[in-house]
Design a protein around this ligand. Structure first.
Ligand code: ACO
Length: 431
């Protein structure tokens, strides 16, 4: 009998089946269960896994997470090293091409992205059509979708060079569209890209430049934003990445797929948690109210937002880096007054049996909102700030999916639980 197999006995028929164990002894293929049948004309055994709690939908070489040990790596490199030593643009290259760029490759890559930061004038008119109080994330994701009409050749997703061009366009244009969404919601004139500045600095000037010329963002804030971009660039098969892959599997153009991924990120359970942290900190209001708040949470009344994670059952490595970044930002902006409440919450929670026994630690969102707020970003820009760097991850995952011969159009099965066959009843007979 082969060694690496799972033997399944179907007690209904007494038959035994051998299911190969693959991928380092951790995985069986769901399709291998289809051989299990009671009658020859049965469909075969399916697996039921709502929310993909225990299903790998792909093989991927991009992000690695060990949730118990608090490890995140992009293409093998620890997130701590990338955040400390590299820029976001370089990390985007790494995610997409799989290796760190040489000096020349990085120069060419950075220049190509810079050449694609401008948007068509008609796209600005499109954005003008949004209501004055439209949510920036709604504007962002709709405008990304609209880009597909400006670049119809993007449909040719089988051509690697064409895919590469669209990826450059998207990485180049997302900060511009994000900043324009903010400026529109503030009733401010759009500020075009300045190609003398780096990726994060240019975004800050498109956001915040008023009448100064030239606008010089503080280097510490530029660095902090670049680090935050790196930390948010990819996180394996999360909700929005899964959306990117599922939509992209229909072979639609990347703008349409990315608009869908951004829509998934818009949801409060995904890209909205850092906003929820700030709302919670404001509600607590004062450091003296922290013990009462913790008591309430332990009593089942609400959650400690920014704590806990589906995958990390240890300190989220991104949260540790963000906490250090916060100190650097506050040296420039002044301390966010909500920080003391956050620190006290963390101190108590990390000592408290309720949180310790459930392995609840601060996640990436616990401190990021405090930084963004101190830098002058309004709360409704938080998901947009997440979407800018995640664009690189979405595109890397989309490209990997298109190269993977195992992949087909994403099409899960269902377990039908509705009515059996019945005959149509005319309206008059229904009463
Ligand atoms: N505060 C208090 N208790 C919590 C928290 C929390 N933040 N998170 C989980 N718990 C408790 C649950 O009540 C449950 O307790 P019980 O076993 O006594 O019933 C236990 O811990 C396990 O909780 P689950 O909901 O099963 O954990 P799950 O892995 O499904 O949830 C999640 C993960 C959604 C992130 C959760 O921890 C949470 O709601 N956190 C707050 C919201 C948040 O910060 N989200 C951002 C996540 S990071 C990101 O998406 C970028």
């Amino acid at each position: 009998m082969p060694k690496d197999t799972l033997t399944v006995t179907d007690n209904r028929t007494g038959k035994q089946y051998e299911v190969p164990i693959q991928e380092g002894g951790e995985t069986v293929r769901a399709a291998d269960f289809r051989q299990i049948k009671v009658r020859d004309d049965d469909f075969g055994m399916m697996t039921y896994d709502p929310a993909f709690m225990n299903t790998a939908s792909c093989r991927s070489a991009i992000s690695f997470i060990d949730g118990d040990k608090g490890i995140l790596r992009y293409r093998g490199y620890p997130i701590e090293q990338l955040a400390e030593k590299r820029t976001f643009t370089e990390v985007a290259y790494l995610l997409i091409f799989g290796e760190l760029p040489t000096h020349d490759e990085l120069e060419a890559w950075t220049q190509q992205i810079t050449l694609h930061t401008m948007v068509h004038e008609n796209l600005k008119k499109f954005m003008d059509g949004f209501n004055y109080d439209a949510h920036p994330m709604g504007m962002f994701l709709s405008t990304i979708g609209a880009l597909s009409t400006f670049y119809p050749e993007a449909k040719d997703i089988g051509d690697i060079n064409n895919r590469h061009l669209q990826m450059l366009r998207l990485i180049g244009k997302v900060p511009t569209i994000a900043a324009y969404a903010y400026r529109h919601s503030m009733g401010l004139p759009y500020v075009g890209p300045n190609n003398d500045l780096g990726y994060a600095a240019n975004f800050l000037q498109m956001m915040f430049r008023m009448t100064e010329a030239p606008y010089k963002p503080h280097p510490a804030l530029v660095r902090a934003l670049d680090v935050l971009f790196t930390l948010h660039a990819d996180h394996e098969q999360n909700c929005s990445t899964n959306a990117m892959r599922a939509i992209g599997s229909s072979q639609v153009d990347p703008y349409s797929a990315l608009a869908g991924a951004a829509a998934a990120l818009y949801g409060p359970l995904h890209g909205g948690a850092n906003e929820a942290v700030l709302v919670m900190l404001r509600e607590i209001g004062d450091i003296s109210h922290v013990p009462d708040f913790i008591k309430k949470v332990k009593g089942g009344d609400g959650r400690l937002m920014g704590f806990g994670h589906r995958v990390y059952k240890s300190y989220d490595p991104r949260a540790r880096i963000i906490k250090q970044t916060a100190d650097l930002v506050f040296e420039v902006t002044g301390r966010n007054p909500l920080t003391d409440i956050a620190l006290e919450l963390e101190r108590i929670a990390l000592e408290d049996e309720y949180f310790v026994s459930r392995k609840l630690y601060p996640n990436v969102d616990f401190y990021s909102g405090l930084i963004y707020q101190a830098m002058g970003f309004p709360l409704d820009m938080f998901p947009v700030l997440f979407a800018i760097p995640r664009t690189a991850g979405w595109l890397a995952q989309w490209d990997e999916m298109l190269r993977d011969d195992d992949q087909k159009i994403a099409r899960p099965r269902q377990i039908y639980i509705g009515a059996g066959r019945r005959d149509y009843v005319p309206q008059a007979a229904r009463g």
